[in-house]
Ligand binder design. Structure first.
Ligand code: ADP
Ligand code: MG
Length: 490
């Protein structure tokens, strides 16, 4: 119990500490916007300077590329603001041999499935004007440099398609689609967090940032383009730019780290990196719990005379199990008992033992959730949404996606409550955390829509304008109108 107590103390996150973390996040954001490599945060300038407005319409396709599978979808957007008329998707597992092959093989495979998917377009209520090329938005679940779409590092351990690390995915997929006879233009390529931001922004204009809390973690938000001092190009017309923070790599002396976190880091494949991610993301939280239990077993015979061997195996105890233990409301913690037995091979646990194990889970989850809230406060501070402006009634929505936020309800509840505590009562109605459910599904297609070549043109029915209208065409059209006018008057 002394080991547990010490761990709890080390993980403590009183409001004062969280505010320091938030402040440090804001400072790192400024530094990352000022110069490349000047911060522990990536603060990558994405290619997205025009998020969906709600006025997009037409048919758009999406490819959401994950670790072991991808999803193809299409959405038909109506002319009325923020109206998804029809939506359809299909999920495809990537055959294991393709995850270690070249990216050409993977792109050919995607193009083949895409061809099949497009072929069924007419079965639903989807339609595209004859002269219009189909447009595709792609989202990706691993870090990449946003402007070229080339992944900077492949952090998803289950995929090692080497070609995709350095080669231009858009170019390759376009080639594969051509070979397959799929006439489609890749209009957008973004990571999953930006995709969530785009989709949620389409549904709700008050969304200013998106956070992913799944196996990994990240955040993206809308920044004033003029605030990005490392930006060398022409400022975008919208005056805005989406920043991919790569916040998993955030580091600060204010983060409450323990000996278990240091051990986890040293044993990891990316030592010294992803400090924030190693505290708050689903990939690691369960393993921190395991490390604490292992120490309790080794130094205090917590589970009996022998140390349960499975406790020594990294990642045997996942965040899934941690959350299941945490949510066990039965009086004698029956579920905790059976999970300890099934997963770690520890049987006949007493109620006190089970309660202590749950205590470890709660400690790790609360630290993660509260620090996530502090990170969000850092973003709000950076964009000036943490103060009330006289006479301005603005609402701020943060959209959160990912398996940890979705399934670990004690974690999400704690995150939301902590943000409320940090902001104070006056923000109860104006700053809202929203669970992103629909946005991620349509986000990539919506980005294709907002960057469509046909954006703003009336081309769904009636006259199809396939090329920018020339002055000659306008003259002809006007002449016809004038002639018709005089003709009907007579
Ligand atoms: P990914 O992040 O891999 O793209 P998800 O967003 O679905 O996919 O997140 C999956 C992660 O969420 C898992 O690795 C796990 O850490 C976490 N997770 C999934 N289900 C649960 C659960 N019931 N309780 C806690 N964590 C969960
Ligand atoms: Mg994901």
């Amino acid at each position: 119990m002394a080991i547990l107590k010490e761990f709890e103390d080390m993980c403590d996150t009183p409001l004062g500490k969280l505010k320091q973390v938030a402040e440090a996040m804001t400072v790192e954001m400024h530094a990352g916007l000022a110069s490349e490599g000047g911060s522990t945060l990536g603060m990558l300038i994405s290619s997205v300077d025009n998020l969906p407005t709600g006025n997009e319409h037409g048919l758009f396709y999406a490819l959401d590329l994950g670790g072991t599978k991808f999803r193809l979808s299409r959405v038909q957007l109506g002319r009325k603001k923020r109206r998804v008329l029809e939506q359809e998707s299909t999920e495809v597992s990537i055959p294991p041999h393709m995850m270690v092959g070249t990216s050409i093989g993977l792109c050919d495979f995607i193009a083949e499935k895409l061809a099949m998917f497009v072929a069924t377009e007419g079965d639903g209520d989807f339609h595209i004007s004859p002269s219009r090329q189909r447009e595709l938005g792609i989202s990706f679940s691993y870090p990449m440099t946003q402007t070229s779409g080339t992944p900077i590092r492949w952090t998803n351990p289950s995929v090692s398609t080497d070609g995709a690390i350095n080669q231009d995915l858009v170019g390759q997929l376009t080639q594969s689609m051509k070979r397959r006879g799929v006439d489609m233009r890749v209009a957008a390529l973004v990571n999953d967090t930006i995709r969530t931001l785009a989709g949620e922004r389409y549904l709700n204009n008050d969304v200013v940032a998106a956070v992913t809390l799944g196996t990994g973690t990240n955040a993206a938000y809308v920044e004033r383009a003029s605030a990005i001092s490392k930006w060398r190009g022409v400022l975008p017309k919208s005056g805005e730019m989406v920043i991919n923070m790569e916040w998993g790599n955030f580091r600060s002396v204010h983060l409450p780290l323990t000996e278990y976190d240091h051990a986890l880091d040293v044993e990891s494949l990316n030592v010294g990196e992803q400090s924030f991610g190693k505290i708050i993301s689903g990939k690691y939280m369960g393993d921190i719990v395991r490390k604490v239990l292992l120490k309790m077993a080794e130094e205090a015979d917590f589970f009996g005379d022998t140390v349960p061997s499975k406790l020594r195996v990294p990642f045997t105890f996942r965040t899934h199990e941690m959350s299941a233990l945490h949510h066990d409301n039965s009086p004698d913690l029956t579920l905790v008992g059976s999970i300890l037995k099934d997963i770690l091979g520890i049987s006949n646990t007493s109620q006190e033992t089970r309660r202590a194990v749950v205590e470890v889970c709660i400690t790790v989850a609360e630290r993660g959730a509260r620090l996530s809230a502090a990170g969000i406060l850092g973003i709000l501070k950076k964009i000036g949404r943490d103060t009330v402006k006289e006479g301005v009634k603005q609402k701020t929505v943060i959209a959160i996606d990912g398996g940890v936020f979705k399934h670990y309800s004690e974690f999400s509840k704690c995150l939301e409550n902590t943000l409320k505590e940090l902001l104070g009562e006056e923000f109860t109605d104006t700053v809202v955390i929203e669970h992103a459910i629909d946005g991620p599904r349509i986000g990539a297609a919506l980005l294709a829509a907002s960057r469509s070549l046909y954006h703003g043109m009336k081309c769904e029915t009636g006259v199809v304008v396939s090329n920018p209208v020339s002055s000659g065409n306008i003259f002809l059209l006007l002449s016809v109108c004038v002639a018709l006018y005089f003709f009907t008057r007579r």
